[in-house]
Structures are given as C-alpha cells and as structure tokens.
Design a protein around this ligand. Structure first.
Ligand code: PLP
Length: 455
C-alpha cells in the first residue's frame, strides 16, 4: 500500500478535464507544479481523480511533516469539530490557543520568558514579526538576505528576494528594507571560499551600517536558518552566531523565519538548534498545523508585549481547528519517534544523490540538513551555469512516472525534498529510483543533442 500505481497516462482524462475548468475559473498567476488533481492522500502518497497513485516528495510545500491525515491529528480535529468551530480568539478565547502558546514558548530555543501570537499563514506571521520588532525598538529598518523567501503579502514580498515571478508587476513595496548576501557558499557573492573566507558575508553586516542604513535605524535582521525557496542553502555553522552578535551589539533584533525549516524537517525541532542560536523572534507555520493553516510568532516576552492592546490579531488567526491540530502535532514530536526520522530520510537521499553526482555531471551541488535535502543542477560544473530547463524536465519526468517533486532556487535549478517524515524506507527508495531515472533520461537527451550538434 502506498507505492506508485499508474492506471492512465499522466495526466489522466479527469485531471485533464479539471485543468480546462481551472484555466477558465482561476487566474493564471496561481501556478501549479503538476496538472494532476488529488482525490485522497495518506502518509506519503496521493491518489488522483483518475485513480493514479503518486509518492509525494513535496508534502504540500513542507506542510505535512507528520504525514497526510496523520491519525493523531485527524482525531484531534474531529474532537474539536464536535465542540465548536469558530468564536474568534479576540472575542471569546479558548484554552487550546493558550496551551499551544505555552508549549511553543517552552519548546522554541531559549530559556528566557516568551510569548506567542498565532496567525494563519507564514506571510502573515512575518508581517507581524516586523510589526512587533518595530514597536519594540522604535526603529523602522529591516535587513533581509539575498535569495530569501518570506511570503507574498506586501511586506513579506518586500523582504523576499527573487524578482520574477514573485515581485513582477506588484511594486511599490514597503520601504526601509535592505538586502545583503546570504552564506550561499556554492555561489558566494564575494567569490570567496569557506573556511578561508572567515565567514566574511556575516561580518560584512557591520559595513552595511556604514554604506546602506545606520544601525540605529534598524529594527531587525530577518533570516531563514536554511534557505527554503532560495534552494535549501545551509550556511556554515558560525554564520548566524556572528550575525546575531553584531545585531545585539547595536540593539537590533534577530528574527528567524523557520516557516519551512521548522517542526523536525532538519532533524531537530527547529533548525536554529543546529547553530546553537536563540533568536529574539521565531516565525513558524507550514507543518505546525499538520495540514491546517496556522502560523506563530514566538519571542522574548518583553518584545512580544511591545504593541499596544488591540494592535495584533486577525479574525481567523489561531482558529480552534488549527490549534487542535497543532497541539496534536506537538504531541507527536513529544511522545513519538518522529524526530529520529529526518536524519535517516536525509541520509537515504544524500547517499543516493552523492552517487548520482559521480554519474551525472548535471548535478553541481548536493546539500541539506536532516531531511531538508536538495540537488542543484547546472549546465556545466566549471561555469556553474544554472540548468532550469533540465530541472523542469526532471520534475516533469518524475510526475509522469508517479513522483511529485518541486523545484526551488533563485535560478529555478534546485530539486528539493519535502517528503513527509513518516515515509517508509522502501517507498523512499522507490521515489529515489524515479528521480534517478529522470536524471538519467535528461542527461541522455543532453548527450544525444550534443552529439547531433558536433556531427
Ligand atoms: C521561509 C518561508 N517564510 C514564509 C513563507 C510564506 O508562508 P505562506 O505561504 O504560508 O504565507 C514561506 C512559504 O513558502 C517560507 O518558505
């Protein structure tokens, strides 16, 4: 149960008919990675409306770390359904919101007193983290990184780096946002090499205060501990420690955006734990809700209390169903062995990917932390020219052969692994076989083309 089963050509007739309807009814701005329509899902597999079964290496873009329809999560949602659906926590509060906040305050890095605000989406949580940082510091500037992704609402989009397609046509964006290079060692902005660079990109923050914005005008630096949409880039271990020390010397808050890297994805509950850092504010979402929309801003109590009464909130923010689901997700991490899975899933991927690297010269880099693994594809290892078309062909081959994968990266040339952590080893292997065949097929096509050109 759960392995790939294809009954029709992909997409099947029912999915094709739905695509026609979607085209007429839904704006083209909402893209979709695959044209297959889901009928049901469980653990790490999806079944489409034509009865085809796929392995899911995308997990709803990292929202399903605990697996599709995890029974503990479903049962918590069902109990909540039987009690009440919505009252709005700003009108008549409920215990599950308070309990979830208490638990997040407890499990996020840092032993200091904390408070938590619940929201609906990652972007909304990022917006609120910035509001809170500005209210606390009385400063307006925010420094974000190149290749960062923080969401699609206006402030989040201002913080997001990639221009096309995210920002095209939507300017102007909120002001007082500054951007500096991330520790993307494979494509170092300063053409340096770690460790001889002495993590120059982190130390360069001091220079930013002279050339871009005065430190006294900066409320916060915001960063993803591992780049998500930017291509699963893992900075050197000391990078964030240096950035945070510089921030704190100047009274600047450090906001960690763990929307994609959180809740076990990297082998620890939060990726910040790998670096031994305790952010002033931590933003979470995606897998927190076990499949339901929920986000959180957790931070030092005195910072979180900076906005006045009534300054924070949202009608559905921290809704009862999502709180019930999230409390169940935390139960699963607390009581089960879920945190032992990311490393074995990640190792399984990494081992195969390293072996592919010796066979397929299209693979420029293999990297990741825990189960947050990726391969970066290039036209040439010497020039490191990105290979976005080949990347698209690989994901196309994958879904046509029963594996859902998604890309990432500023140059759209990264294939990332966001598989539910509950995937059994043999299903993982089956998915990796498809990915290997996809790589082989695209590399073979490249060779044939090159031979035809030289003839
Ligand atoms: C690191 C990060 N921050 C923020 C967001 C935005 O989250 P949402 O799509 O829930 O608004 C995302 C979404 O991919 C993300 O990866």
């Amino acid at each position: 149960m759960g392995s790939i089963q294809l009954r029709t050509s992909i997409p099947g007739p029912k999915s094709r008919a739905l695509s026609k309807r979607r085209e007429a009814a839904v704006p083209r701005g909402l893209s979709h990675a695959t044209p297959v329509y889901v009928a049901r899902a469980q653990d790490a597999w999806l079944e489409d409306v034509d009865g085809n079964r796929f392995l899911d290496f995308a997990g709803g873009i990292g929202c399903i770390n605990t697996g599709h329809r995890n029974e503990v999560v479903i049962s918590a949602i069902q109990s909540q359904l039987a009690a009440f659906l919505h009252t709005c926590s700003q009108v008549t509060p409920y215990e599950s919101y308070v309990r979830l906040s208490e638990r997040l305050n407890q499990i996020t890095p840092g032993k200091f007193p904390k408070k938590t605000l619940l929201l609906n989406t990652g972007a909304e949580a990022v917006e609120n983290a910035v509001k809170i940082a500005r209210a606390h510091t009385g400063r307006s500037g925010v420094i974000a990184f190149e290749d960062a992704f923080h969401g699609r609402t206006m402030m989040a989009l201002a913080l997001t780096s990639k221009t096309h397609p995210y920002k095209t046509g939507f300017a102007p964006f909120p002001s007082d946002v500054y951007r500096i290079p991330y520790a993307y060692c494979y494509r170092c902005s300063y053409s340096l090499q770690y460790p001889s660079c002495d993590v120059y990109c982190a130390r360069h923050l001091e220079d930013t205060f002279k050339r871009m914005v005065a430190a006294a005008d900066v409320a916060a630096v915001i960063a993803e501990p591992v780049l998500g949409e930017g291509g699963f880039v893992v900075p050197p271990p000391e990078f964030f420690r240096i950035v945070m020390d510089i921030c704190h010397e100047h009274g600047i808050l450090f906001i960690a955006d763990e929307v994609q890297s959180g809740f076990g994805r990297t082998g620890k509950l939060f990726a910040c734990e790998h670096y031994g850092i305790e952010p002033d504010i931590l933003v979470t979402a995606k897998s927190l809700g076990g499949g339901l929309p929920l986000a959180a801003v957790t931070g030092r109590a005195e910072i979180m209390d900076a906005p006045g009464v009534g300054g924070l909130g949202g009608t559905f923010a921290g809704n009862p169903l999502s709180c019930a689901a999230a409390n169940a997700v935390l139960d699963l991490f607390e009581c089960g062995d879920l945190l032992s899975r990311p490393n074995s899933v990640g190792e399984q991927f990494h081992k195969r990917a390293q072996e592919w690297k010796t066979r397929f010269d299209i693979i420029g880099d293999v990297r990741g932390l825990g189960a947050m693994q990726a391969i970066e594809l290039v036209k040439s290892r010497e020039t490191r020219e990105p290979a976005p078309e080949e990347t698209r062909h690989i994901t196309q081959y994958c879904y046509e052969h029963g594996l859902i994968t998604i890309t990432a990266g500023t140059y759209s040339n990264v294939i990332r692994l966001l598989v539910p952590l509950v995937i059994p080893e043999e299903q993982m292997e089956e998915g990796l076989d498809v990915l290997e065949n996809a790589l082989a097929s695209v590399c073979a096509a490249r060779t044939t083309l090159a031979e035809a050109v030289t003839k």
